[in-house]
Design a protein around this ligand. Structure first.
Ligand code: TYD
Ligand code: MG
Length: 453
């Protein structure tokens, strides 16, 4: 009898190797190759395959009306999914262990079930008693969510196929699932991929919206398998810094909605609270006029969000100055420092520089450049920025400040929160009647002059 073909699959990138080695040649990760049963090579057994059946092709205009979305009533979650879960879709919810994925799932399902709809929560990690205890702590015990503890994909599919398929089925987590059709251990790429495929097929055929919870590995991928991300319709990440109670739900892929939307939650002793006005939360109580802090008027998704950017510039004790960045891109910081030195002649580069986005937020918008530059100059010169001033704008390598998108929304949010002035790019398009006094900045030299006075 022929030996079953085996392959060594990297658990980090999913590439297949014919023999084991300590390091994956494709992604360079160490100790990630695991033995799995190889898939039959494509195109080898043409004779054993059946003949294909032709099917009718259709035009775009035949699409039926958009199916009604399943709105959970956890508004921040619904916003990130693009206005509720689409029937027959599969969604992956990823995040670090302990960030609150199970809590969010339970809360969303409980809210949905309380409206008289059917929601099933399958836990592969926790015993039912633990899930109930958590629900009791969150005051959700009376919600008619149907619970199950299972890890076998066949069992789960058999269970949900018994009755009317549920509206929403959540599996916590995809890494604990296994199917008896494979020899590999639970959590390996082959198992995770097969389980996901089975559940996605179930979603498409039954109309159930399936949510898969997945843990993120150290380097920020969902269970290693990027292979899962393309199987599902939407990928959401739940993030949060340790030591901060804020949690941010972010869509990185969504076939049914925008991907730049975020949902903000606060972890409390009784579950997650939705934060409808995150700006107020992230700014906290700003009372002092410390140098090195600037309020950035940012946009996250469709929502304006104000956040504080803090900088510390200090004389360097060593030959090569230290740089440390939290919540921002370190390459971007290096660029801003270089532009400040080259175009405004500040001479910061030789100093130690620390930059922090308060509240554990991560900023990726280029419009944060000007706020970071303002914070840096303020710390360097020891002069605080005006307390009631917001800053935004992108800095070009030439030192020019480029206008940012959605100027109006940023200014409106700032005015709403009691700010009275703004440093913004020269040439920004604003309506004339404004509650804020605006200082247009043309380039970094002008910025330094404005701040130093
Ligand atoms: P959990 O949802 O189990 O995380 P995950 O499923 O992503 O691994 O949440 C774990 C953390 O959340 C845990 O450290 C305790 C905290 N937590 C609270 O602070 N309050 C609560 O009401 C709950 C349920 C959890
Ligand atoms: Mg969990």
């Amino acid at each position: 009898m022929a030996r079953t073909a085996v392959a060594f699959v990297c658990q980090a990138c999913g590439s297949t190797h014919s023999k084991w080695s300590g390091r994956c040649d494709d992604c360079g990760a160490w100790n990630t190759l695991a033995e799995e049963q190889a898939a039959p090579p494509a195109g080898t057994s043409a004779r054993s395959r059946g003949k294909g059946r032709p099917f009718a092709l259709e035009g775009l205009a035949h699409i039926t009306a958009e199916p009604q979305r399943r709105v959970t009533s956890v508004a921040e979650f619904d916003r990130v999914t693009g206005g509720g879960l689409v029937p027959g879709s599969a969604l992956l919810l990823g995040g670090d262990p302990g960030v609150g994925k199970s809590t969010l799932m339970l809360q969303a399902l409980a809210a949905y079930a309380s409206k008289g709809k059917s929601a099933v929560y399958i836990s592969g990690e926790e015993a039912l008693a633990q899930v109930r205890l958590r629900a009791a702590r969150m005051g959700l015990s009376t919600s008619p969510v149907q619970l199950g503890a299972a890890t076998s994909v066949e069992d789960i599919l058999a269970t949900v196929a018994m009755a009317q398929p549920p509206d929403i089925l959540a599996i916590d987590s995809i890494q604990t699932l296994w199917t008896s059709s494979l020899d590999a251990a639970p959590g390996t790429i082959a198992q995770v991929r097969t389980a996901t495929q089975d559940l996605v097929r179930f979603a498409k055929s039954s109309g159930t919206a399936v949510i898969l919870v997945g843990h993120v590995t150290k380097d920020g991928q969902i269970a290693g398998p990027r292979v899962v991300e393309h199987l599902v319709d939407a990928v959401l990440y739940f993030e949060g810094e340790r030591g901060h109670q804020f949690r941010i739900l972010r869509a990185v892929k969504n076939r049914f909605g925008a991907t730049d939307e975020i949902g903000v939650f606060e972890m409390t002793g009784a579950g997650l609270n939705e934060v409808a006005n995150p700006s107020a939360l992230f700014l906290g109580d700003r009372s002092g006029l410390a140098p090195g802090a600037a309020v950035f008027a940012g946009i996250e998704g469709t929502r304006p969000l104000l956040m504080e950017i803090q900088a510390l510039v200090a004389p360097s004790a060593y030959g090569s100055p230290r740089r440390a960045v939290v919540g921002w891109d370190s390459g971007r910081l290096a660029m801003i420092l270089a532009v400040l030195d080259a175009r405004a002649g500040l001479g910061i580069s030789g100093q130690d520089v620390y930059l922090n986005v308060a509240g554990g937020l991560k900023v990726s918008e280029p419009a944060a450049d000007l706020a970071a530059a303002a914070a840096l100059i303020s710390s360097f010169t020891g002069r605080p920025l005006p307390k009631d001033c917001v800053v935004f704008g992108e800095i070009a390598l030439s030192g020019d400040i480029r206008p940012a998108a959605q100027t109006e929304a940023r200014l409106k949010e700032a005015a709403k929160l009691g700010f009275t002035s703004a440093l913004l790019p020269a040439g920004s398009k604003t309506a004339d009647a404004r509650a804020l006094s605006l200082s247009p900045i043309a380039d970094v030299k002008a910025l330094a002059e404005t701040l130093v006075g």
